[in-house]
Design a protein. Sequence first.
Length: 288
Amino acid sequence: MTRTGRRGAVLMAAAGLVAVVGVTVVRPQLGAAEAEQAGGPAQISVDEVDELERAEQILIQRCIERAGFQYTIVPRFVDPVPFTFRYVVDDVGWADKHGYGTALRRQAEAKVDPNERYFRSLPPTRQQAVATALNGPEPTGLTATLPGGQVVQHSDKGCQSEAQRELYGDLPTWYASTKVIENLKGHRFGMVLGDPRYQAALPAWSACMRDRGYRFASPDAARAEKLSQAVELRQAGAEARCASSTGLGALVRELDTSYDAQLREQHQSLLSTRVDLQRRALPKARAL
């Protein structure tokens, strides 16, 4: 199971059902406004990404309904917290208003997914059946090697694979490239945290926080505890002020941009191949 399956195997996510035997259904985000998140070239517009996603969901819906189940097309989940704030919150105004963004995320995740509601209404045997209809009987047939070396697999059967095969044609290449691109952001995150320049900048930030009454070795440690909204706002505000005064915020943005460019260059061939598959799929998507 990939990290995207946040709430376990027998679930439904915002993008659809979750495999009980494989990988969560995830809609790739490769529009111009989202290329930073995925680490890919901004050669597909946001509107075109939406067209492709909508078409894939239509095909999945038709397939699931043929299998005798319900499926509702819903918008994908979009994290309301900027990605770079995962390293350190460095916007004082944002921190004073939203803290670490806990309330924003809770509000975004609180929207009830009709697919999850439907899934939970089914008896266990029907839950297994609908998950198999979507994801196939077992996670074999499609393979991808992620940037960190981890190998993931998914079934080449089931409604998700059927929809992607119909839309993109070359399903193995589509799956392999999509899985790599989905994981570039997380890989980049780990590269930044492991960078010696980041590690060297932490003591100054920690000392600044200590002067404000907080004893944390890193921003990650500062978020380890569950906080009330009022405490979160104060602590995040201190974090942002220290990130600004010590230069940690500017550093992580510089490192993030640098590693983003490095990963794009390393995976340029794969990224270009995926964009080509998307472009060839657009006429089919628009016909749907």
